[in-house]
Ligand binder design. Structure first.
Ligand SMILES: Cc1cc2nc3c(=O)[nH]c(=O)nc-3n(C[C@H](O)[C@H](O)[C@H](O)COP(=O)(O)OP(=O)(O)OC[C@H]3O[C@@H](n4cnc5c(N)ncnc54)[C@H](O)[C@@H]3O)c2cc1C
Length: 421
């Protein structure tokens, strides 16, 4: 069975194929793989290639920054998602469920701290109770244990939460994905691969990737460049079916002395149209408690604050018909997010819906992350992971949350399909 994604055929294996029919890149004799991007997805793919003896792999990861995990991987909520939200049968649903267990095993093997805190998804008014019941059904369809509980039961778990009903997901946890990426990079090196840092890709020819730290020859190219994945695809001669739009998510944290208010993870009921909207409370693995993130259009692909502007990249975003259509359709939601970004009071008011004891005085700024969200030309968000393949190339073109949780399963998925096709 195949469906259409942005005009391209998308097989039931979750890959989109471009280029001449039958031009599969995946030959068991291929030896030289170049992975672009030392984020958690690129590193997981590189590691998997090296672990799988059937690929006979020689692997080089090229990364423009001086350390692994410098962008999305190192700037997120650190949640080990259980997999409640995602459409049953989607890549997100399958790979999150498999990936979370693989990630826990990886952390055990590499002595990386993680904690299974459990999570509450809370309805703060009666109108959200139907959506909460729908989520419970979705969790069941995805094989995740989740239980509807009363406000009284919710307060036994989180004594300061305010809600009219909640869904308890006991298997959700927390970890530091930056630390995971560092351990993955070490594995890649130990397994005989190279992680070349400070190597920004500037050009891609038929068998060579040009970088600021020298050329690297390849038989198969795997693009895991996160916020720049669509640009890298264009460099490689592939027209991506969707453009990456950068959405910044800003965090605040509870001041020292107030962190005891939150035991684990408290999330609002999500708006299915914008799965990434909704400020939540997250206990981090270092003991701090983050509130956020919001979601505003970033003025640069790596625009971590309002002051970081890249005129060319911003123009690329606002000229894109997909973003213009999205902005027209959801003008109100977008404006509310910008206002919440500019006003500490508004931000605190969103947090107080979940926990009325928290006020603006309890919060201080705690940095930001930028999400790489692929948007179709018609203005729809690409909801699922999107992996495009062309002749001797694979491009990971949409890997938003829960891709950190799912990274090891995404890697397995890519390598197994590559080797088996
Ligand atoms: C605010 C926020 C909160 C999130 N919360 C969670 C969460 O709680 N749980 C979860 O599972 N997921 C979460 N996510 C999603 C998760 O962080 C990402 O899905 C994941 O990190 C994607 O990894 P990646 O390797 O694809 O991208 P990245 O980590 O962005 O890595 C891409 C790499 O490519 C490199 N690169 C780009 N261009 C080039 C070039 N030209 N040459 C060489 N290198 C290049 C970049 O420098 C970067 O290191 C969150 C994301 C954000 C932004």
């Amino acid at each position: 069975m195949s469906v259409s994604v942005g005009g391209l055929a998308c097989g039931s294996d979750g890959f989109v194929t471009v280029g001449p029919a039958g031009a599969g890149p995946y030959i068991a004799t291929v030896t030289r793989y170049v992975v672009i991007g030392a984020g958690i997805v690129g590193l997981a793919v590189a590691r998997r290639l090296l672990l799988d003896p059937s690929t006979g792999a020689e692997v080089t990861v090229v990364e423009k920054e001086a350390r692994p995990g410098a962008h999305q991987t190192g700037h997120n909520s650190g949640v080990l998602h259980a997999g409640v939200y995602y459409a049953p049968g989607s890549l997100k649903a399958q790979l999150c469920r498999a990936g979370v267990n693989m990630m826990i095993d990886f952390c055990d093997e590499h002595s990386i701290d993680y904690l299974i805190t459990g999570k509450l998804i809370v309805a703060t008014d009666e109108s959200q109770l139907t959506a909460l019941r729908t989520l419970e059904e979705r969790a069941r369809a995805n094989g995740i244990t989740a239980r509807s509980i009363t406000p009284h039961e919710a307060r036994e778990i989180e004594p300061h939460v305010a809600c009219v009903g909640a869904l308890h997901v006991p298997s959700t946890g927390i970890v530091d994905y930056g630390q995971v990426a560092v351990a993955m990079a070490e594995d890649v090196r130990k397994l005989g691969g190279e992680v070349r840092l400070g190597a920004a890709v500037t050009g891609i020819a038929a068998d060579t990737v040009q970088t600021t730290a020298g050329d690297v020859r390849y038989d198969v190219l795997i693009n895991c460049a996160g916020l720049y994945a669509d640009r890298i695809a264009v460099l490689a001669g592939v027209h991506p079916p969707a453009q990456i739009i950068p959405f910044r998510g800003e965090y605040a944290q509870l001041k020292a002395g107030r962190t005891d208010l939150v035991k684990g993870l408290i999330y609002p009921v999500p708006d299915p149209r914008f799965p990434f909207l909704g400020v939540h409370l997250t206990r981090m693995i270092d003991g701090t408690v983050h509130a956020g993130p919001n979601a505003v259009l970033a003025l640069a692909r790596e625009g971590y604050s309002w002051g970081k502007v890249n005129v060319r990249e911003f123009a690329q975003s606002v000229r894109y018909p997909g973003l213009r259509r999205l902005a027209r359709a959801y003008y109100r939601e977008g404006t509310a997010e910008v206002l919440r970004s500019l006003s500490r009071k508004r931000f605190a008011a969103s947090v107080a819906k979940l926990m009325p004891e928290i006020s603006a005085a309890d919060l201080e700024p705690a940095g930001a992350g930028v999400r790489a969200q692929a948007i179709r030309p018609d203005g729809r968000l690409v909801d699922d992971f999107l992996i495009v393949r062309a002749d001797r190339q694979i491009h990971v073109l949409n890997a938003p949350s829960p891709a950190a949780t799912s990274s090891l399963a995404i890697a397995q998925h890519i390598v197994e399909k590559m080797v088996s096709v």
